[in-house]
Design a protein. Sequence first.
Length: 243
Amino acid sequence: MSGTPRVIVVGAGPVGAVAGLALAAAGVPVRLLDARARGAWRHDRRALALSWGSRLVLERCGVWTRIAQAAPIRRVSVSERGMFGTLELSAGELGLPALGYVVEYGALADACAIALETAAVDVAHETPVQALTPREGSVGVRTEGGEVRAAWVLLADGAEGVDSGQTLARREQPYRQIALVGDVRCARLDPSTACERFTGRGPLALLPRADHHACVWVMPADDAQALLEAPPERPSTALTQAA
């Protein structure tokens, strides 16, 4: 690795990429390190819900116009099982074209990668960080290729993690809950409406996609395991009852 960046960002996914783009635009020398091969994220279809404010940030960073597809959220409905009424939010009431958007992780990450390339931001793929070592006025970042120092290090590596040995203190807090995710079709739900339902056992969210909805259903771990092991029709029935 050549040169000495002022900031090293660990992780070149959407969060790390936006940080890198913003720093580079402000004239701050920055380098991104990512453990994955370039394009490894391309087939990741996880649904991400982005707020209107997030769109504005992505526009300023040159990312938004590169996203292949974004489903608008023009209405949000929030309700609680067993309680009267719902809370309704609409983009029209706020004078916005949308409250937010649902995009695929892979499409967003790909758009970020193209924006980084266009802005000539230094990105090293297949470069997992092995250790972070605080020093006087800097941080040592060790990879297989050696160590480089930077004034600041931003950790944006998500699930990839840093194999930091004894250099970072970690704290884990189990929530004893699992989120089941998948795609569902809702005959009576408007394609631009997002729903959040508090079921009493955990929140259930339906997020609009191109011609269906992405489902994120949080529940106790035992309940989730029982649904995963049940016959195929059981999860559909349970979802209908919860909604």
